[in-house]
Design a protein around this ligand. Structure first.
Ligand code: OAD
Length: 230
């Protein structure tokens, strides 16, 4: 059985990482066009670098929760028949042990050099304009995908989505494309579709199984069901 899991900010909420939308979400306190677009970066790079430095520091003091760990357990059991596609820029999936993972919106712990396009691992602040380890220029930006930019790994993701038997969406509002379109693509290719979210989202297609609640509870329970059915 091939499974694709799409995760969003909701899976990391119980680890203390803020989501984007909703009353205390990141987009309530910041304008998307200021901190998550190439134009915002051109206008005020210091503010944008400081924003991501703060997010990188905040995530460093969080820990994976039972939902991240359950997905790692599932990969331990079925190997690369599970692909986790995350929209999250935190590293909680990999810290829980997931390896077959695509960070379609990039990673806070990676930088990208605007001079030579290197994408080095990065744990420190970027606002002091450190040198690129490859070319030495001081033009590193966070390796996160901003609005108007191309997400990572789209070919690999689409191949897995059309070939999967089960598609599971966890902790995402389904507001941002192309991620929001994967559930309809999976359904069109015959996959069973499942949503595990705090509140039911408003998907473009009816889903087979919608469960409302906290990821930290729903995901371990769903993984146990899958493992029991094997
Ligand atoms: P959102 O903030 O849009 O949605 C988070 C979803 O998680 C909502 O549907 C919540 O109901 C749900 N949720 C919250 N707490 C939860 C919990 N404990 N358990 C389960 N679900 C919970 O975040 P995303 O859908 O990830 O992109 O947002 C998608 C993209 O929009 C992000 O990757 C980011 C953002 O703009 C870029 O920056 C390119």
């Amino acid at each position: 059985m091939r499974i694709v899991v799409l995760t969003g900010a909701g899976i990391s909420a119980e680890s203390g990482v803020p989501t984007f939308r909703g009353s205390d979400g990141l987009w309530e306190g910041h304008r998307v066009e200021d901190v998550a677009t190439p134009e915002g970066y051109e206008r005020d790079p210091d503010a944008v670098l400081a924003f991501y430095d703060a997010r990188r520091r905040a995530v460093a003091s969080t820990h994976p929760n039972p939902a991240h760990r359950a997905l790692a357990r599932l990969e331990g059991a079925i190997g690369d028949r599970l692909l986790v596609v995350t929209q999250n820029v935190d590293d909680l999936h990999e810290r829980a042990g997931t390896r077959n993972l695509v960070h379609m919106h990039g990673e806070l712990r990676r930088a990208r050099c605007l001079a030579c396009d290197a994408r080095p691992d990065w744990d420190d602040d970027l606002r002091d304009r450190p040198r690129c380890p490859r070319c030495g220029e001081r033009m590193l930006r966070p390796d996160v995908v901003w609005f108007g930019e191309m997400p990572y790994g789209l070919d690999r993701i689409e191949q897995a989505v059309v070939a999967c038997d089960v598609f599971v969406s966890i902790g995402t509002s389904g507001e941002v494309y192309p991620a929001a379109g994967y559930v309809a693509l999976a359904a069109a290719f015959g996959a069973r579709t499942v949503e595990l979210n705090l509140e039911p989202s408003d998907p473009a297609v009816p889903l087979d199984d919608v469960r409302a609640g906290r990821a930290g509870e729903l995901v371990p329970a769903w993984v146990e069901e899958v493992l029991a059915r094997r």
